[in-house]
Write a protein that binds this ligand. Sequence first.
Ligand code: PEP
Ligand code: MG
Length: 325
Amino acid sequence: KQRELEGIRDLPAVTTDGCTVSLLANIGLLSDLRVAQAHGAEGVGLYRTEFPFMSRNSFPGRVEQAAIYRKVLEGFPGLPVTIRTLDIGGDKELSYFPHPKEDNPFLGWRSMRISLDREDIFREQLAAVLLASASGRCNIMFPMISGVDEVRRIKGILEQVKEELRKDGKEFAQDIGLGVMVELPAAVLVAEMLAREVDYLSIGTNDLIQYTLACDRNNPLVKKWYDPYHPAVLHSIKKVAQAAAGAGKPASLCGEMAGEPINAVLLLGLGIRCFSLSAPNIPRVKEAIRAISLGQAEQIAGQVLRMESALSIKSYLESVQRELG
Ligand code: PEP
Ligand code: MG
């Protein structure tokens, strides 16, 4: 089986009726680059920058960060690489950055909220991404966005950082794509507004499921309530895909959910054309996409959207999977 999958590594992820899907990799460590290349990733849809910050004893400066980001960009020459700004807090802490004790860390001071409260750290990271940007096709993505006010503030800060770099005679790419993660229910509800502000949306189902269902993604006690097949989750994904399409912008999806082939088929049918996933799952997902038509995927998604029970959706998808073989 593994050998068969290796055989499709260099084939495109295209449905039987010619709909092309992009399959990119989620990465964290530089060593993931090799794994992503080996599995035929067509770029990096999510580079989680927490990792270089977690493996140090103090905040890395812009030069040190830029050197790491450059390596990621150079790993995929000519292909898109999306660098996500720092997404700490929640369960990801930095040993050298004391974090206040919070009753509800996932509802607390995490991710973009830290970046916007600590502009010094955020500006240093933006400068680093800009300094590295000319080494490839660079996109920047912002996590934990709830609405347009944050996006506008971020864009203002980014412009200021660009201006500073220009004054210093530093060069950077002029065509950096800006994207936001849609991982809060609020972002789903204002997805049309967000789509007008940025170049692309990227749905983070890991957090979107957690926040939509008020269910800690890491707590085994509530694992059965953390359900990607809950109609609220699936209708949210559909809504975001439609919002992006309405604004003429791409919607990608970078949560773990897409790593399961039957889920990728469902998500394709819901309107997603670009997935970023853990690289070892790329060949299986590609195989499933190459075996189905867009029409079939849309039919499956249409059926699922009419269903009210997550349990029924799950068993319907299992039966579809058995049929597809
Ligand atoms: C997500 O929330 O779905 C996501 C891709 O980001 P992370 O898992 O890093 O929170
Ligand atoms: Mg997330």
